[in-house]
Design a protein. Sequence first.
Length: 313
Amino acid sequence: MAWDKNDFLDIEVLTRVDIETILNLAEKLEPYSGINDKFYEPLHICEGKILANVFFEDSTRTRISTQVAMSRLGGGSVNFDKTVSSINKGESFEDTLCILDGYCDIFAIRHSGEYSVFRFADLLDKPVINAGDGKNQHPTQTMLDLYTIRKEFGKIDGSKIVLIGDLKYGRTVHSLARALENYNDVELIGICPEGLEMPSKYENCETRVIDTKNLNEVLSEIGPDVVYATRIQKERMPEGMDAEKYRYVINEQTLGILPDNCIIMHPLPRVDELQIEWHGKKQRMFEQASYGVPTRMAIISILLGYEKEVMEL
Ligand code: NCD
């Protein structure tokens, strides 16, 4: 199934051309995104359009960077707050969304159920961005992850990428693994404690189950270009599962054993698995998070039909 550009739900329908189109638009938009010193005059591309940011699950980066992206494009946004909404009076998620469909022009939706956002999108007339559906996917995060890698190395083909941590419940690694299938000679290795393995459907990821105490040894043997660390997704674990058992740590010592040009990425939030400074020769987590703005600007522009306007910037 090809991407119809009506919604942005599913990483699986994107071809390499689709991905590169988004990354190229993001590159065009970066100077207008406010994330670095270069700041051109404000854009008016989405003037008069309103984004409904509907997060039924917690979020800091995705929620705020999507809102900022819309503002930087000249549009407006409303931020749905479940805690003060009529959901508390018993209104369903579906009814809530259908009402907002009448007020707004585009949605970003996050929900804890796998494929929930796909189902919501079926109900709605306006374009929907999947801002995370349970442990399934987080396709906009993948765009900023790929943008970070491409910016660092000038390409994605040929990279050796290690995913570490919770490969079972973490949605960012699922989407990233899928998207990387579009690239040539990518060596994708998943390192995780027993019990948090990557689901077998992500065949392009070679999973190695390790004792977390041996992490540095394993990383030094692999010599990756990218270390993509993830948080243990405690909130998705079945009751009685002890998250503490899966604890692992990347620290200054880990940085020391990695190749000079290796970069550390993390979708964030970090909890205690990343015990290093924000900034440093290898750290890219901060920049990675900031790229959430231009990449989401690109996705919003495409969904609202303004791809040509962005190309002409
Ligand atoms: C991630 C998520 O929500 O899946 N956060 C994010 O959007 N950057 C990762 C996480 O919560 O661990």
